[in-house]
Each structure stands twice: as structure tokens, then as C-alpha cells.
Design a protein around this ligand. Sequence first.
Ligand code: 5GP
Ligand code: SF4
Ligand code: MG
Length: 464
Amino acid sequence: CGVFGCIGVTDAANFVALGLHALQHRGQEAGGIVSYAPDHGFNSARRFGYVRDNFTKQSLMETLPGALAIGHVRYSTAGSKGAAIRDVQPFFGEFSMGGAAIAHNGNITNAEALRRELIERGSIFQSSSDSECIIHLMARSLQRDIPSRMEDALRRVEGAFSVVAMTRTKLIGVRDALGVRPLVLGKLGDGWCLSSETCALDIIGAEFVREIEPGEMVVITEQGVESTKPFRAKRSRFCIFEHVYFSRPDSIIGGQSVYETRRQIGVELAREAAVDADLVCPVPDSGTPAAIGYAHESGIPYGMGIIRNQYMGRTFIEPTEQIRNMGVRLKLNVNRALIRGKRVVLVDDSVVRGTTSRKIKEMILDAGAAEVHFRIASPPTAWPCFYGVDTPQREKLLAATMSEEEMRDHLGVDSLKFISLDGLYRAAGEDGGRNNAHPQYCDACFSGEYPVEPADMIEKGFKL
Ligand code: 5GP
Ligand code: SF4
Ligand code: MG
């Protein structure tokens, strides 16, 4: 998901809508905005579909007045498919000291246990979302101000969270102690904003100030930014998959360009897995920067052998398998004139179920390619993510049940190579590779080493 908030600017909801539009790649199912104005109180709008189709209408935006607003773009993760509008964030709660709205990116790994406990004690849940627990935990807190109630609530929550919240006068941002999901602070004129990624600051002309640190809470008022570290300090475990795929390539993470990291992954891949070939082709768009790096390092010409229809979204975000299967063809087509007779290296970011790769291989061979070699910009995805990225159950992951050779045969390609974990870490700026005693990132979907125990899933029988 993507989160964005603004304080101290006229018609904050308009800026939030633009910010969410720039974060649309993080969630395409639905979006929501809450705003506050002293004469109008809190107002909210939640809609299915793209930001540009909803939050551009003047008639809707006029219902969201005020200098303070937050918003959320949603994509459903495991266990919450087929969202109802009541699952669309931000969530809102009334407390004795006033209202508050919250937008959450990440996934709470003990949400089911918390929900059971809260329901037993009288909470009335409105949605099926894990994020709603935070509001109910805040309602039960005895603290006298909302930021302290949020602190209380988030101390009980396990897993990954980057939260943007608001009261009548404050914009609040929090990251979990491991800093799994991103959150950045920006300055916009006299006002401030919080955003999942820097690309959403660029769109509104806000200046990037800094990242919110793992375990940090910032409370922003018209007077300025107050920072505390309410959560136990831990070594940061940022999601390495944000570098590989999830973030936009024009965002900056940890002082590094996402595009440059991806290009460097391609360079590492070319060193680790060279092959004699005539053409390097990205699987667009997610494989493009790595393909550019691979072509550069290997000296093999780069070409757009697959053309993407710009009007389709990210295939994997479509929630059902049926739509996902059709999606590949709806979205990608082969540039036959370029491919014919060539030995082609195809570069993609990841192999999850293998559906995309299989279809693409068929399309490339149909177009008359002489050989097809897959090069993947991440290690084999053998474990599900429980921290806010949608991966299917373990059984559906190709790499969970097959060796690399078996995957190659299953996909029917001449060769298949994945970047090593160390290579990926080097590309992400860790020159010494992965520190196996204390990994610098979360890489659970590749390594099976989960930095936070997925309590709900273990209860349901998931085996580490
Ligand atoms: P597959 O077809 O192998 O299931 O999915 C791989 C494609 O889905 C890749 O091209 C990649 O761009 C995209 N994808 C990236 N991340 C994810 C993810 O976390 N989950 C899923 N299901 N697909 C992803
Ligand atoms: Fe990111 Fe993978 Fe960790 Fe999920 S499991 S947070 S996708 S690195
Ligand atoms: Mg892709």
C-alpha cells in the first residue's frame, strides 16, 4: 500500500490526491482520503479504483476541505482478497479527546490474535482489515493524548508498519522498529508532508527532508516537527524487495536511487550469470533497469523485444488467478521484427508462480527466437511475505517446490539464473554482501529468515 499526508497547506486533500497518484503503483484496488477543517470537521471519501478516476473530480474534492489531510492507496495482501469499501483506509475513530484517522502500510503479524482479544472485550470491528486493530487498541488506551494512545497501540502490534495519522491539529508518522516499509518526510512551502516514497514529493514540488527512522514517531503541527523514539531500538531490516520491485525507480531510498540499484543488479547478474546471446530484453516495466545494467556489463545489445500496453496496471495486483492469467497477454506483446532468429536474454525482476515467465517464453518462441535465457533480478522467491507484499501461499511459489533446474525445465527455457543474495545486497549498496549474522535487510521471501515471527500464520499451521 501507499500512504501520504499533508499539513499546513491550503486544500491539503488536493496535494494528498496527487501524492497518492504518484504512489498508485503501491496499490491499485482502492484509495481513500480524510481531511480536517475547523469549520467542517473531519470528512472522508473512499473509492474503488484509480486515484485519477476518483480524486480528480471537483465535486468530490470540494467535500474534503482543510489544511490537513491523509490518504491511502490499497492493495489487498494475503487473507483479505476482494475488499469491501469498508476495508478501504484511512480508518477513523472518535476518542474522548477528539477524532483521529490512520492509514497503514505493512502487515500486522499478530492481527488475528489481537482482533480476537479486542472483540472479546467489546470492540466492534467495521472491516476485515488488520489495520483496524490500531484504532481499537487506541480506544482502549488510557493515555490522555492521541499520539500517546497511538504509541500504546503500536507497542502491542507486531510486524511491519509505516503509519500516517492525523488528529484535528497534528499529522503523525510512525515506522516500526525494523523499518520494514518506507516513510519519508517532505517540506511543502510552510507545510509538511509524509509519504511512502520520494516520487510522491516530486509530483507536488515538495522538498525531501529525510526518512522517518525505524522506530521513530514524528508529530507535526503548524509549529514544526517533534520526533520521539518510542519503540525499542533494533537493527533496521528494510524490505530489500522495495529495491527490486515495489518502489518506483525514480524514488530515493537510504540515499540511493532505486533505478541505480536496479541497474546495478543487472550488472551483478551479468557477472554472475553470463551467456552468449544476441539481444538483452527487459520484461517491462519491472525488469527494465536491470536489463539495462545487464546489457551494459555484458556488451550484448539492448532492445525492447516486449512492448507493454501502458493502459494496464501491474498484473500481479489483480486479485484473482483467472484475471492474472489473462493479464500477461493483455499487458505484454512481442516485438516480432526484433526477436526473430535471435538468442534472447530476458530480464525480469522476480519469478513468483511462474505464470508470467511461462507465457512470455511462449510468446518469444512463437515470434521465432532462436534461444530464450531468463535472468532474474532477485533470488528465487521461496517464501511468502507476511509484511505487506502480496505473495501467494508457499505451495504456489515455484521456487518452494522446485530446484533451479526443475524451474528451467518447467518454464521450458534454455537457461534460467537468479541473482545471488550476496549479489543483490552488493547492488543495494552493501559492498561486503549479506551479513549473515545480522542481515542488513529483510529478505525473508528469499531466505526464509523472518525478522518478525509471523504469529497468526504459525497458529494456522505455517512452518518456518
Ligand atoms: P509470476 O507470474 O511468476 O507469478 O509473477 C512474477 C511477476 O509478477 C514478475 O514479473 C513481477 O513483476 C510481478 N511481481 C512482483 N512482485 C510480486 C509479488 O510480490 N507477488 C506477486 N504475486 N507478483 C509479483
Ligand atoms: Fe520485503 Fe520479502 Fe521481507 Fe516481504 S519478505 S518485507 S517482500 S523482503
Ligand atoms: Mg513484472
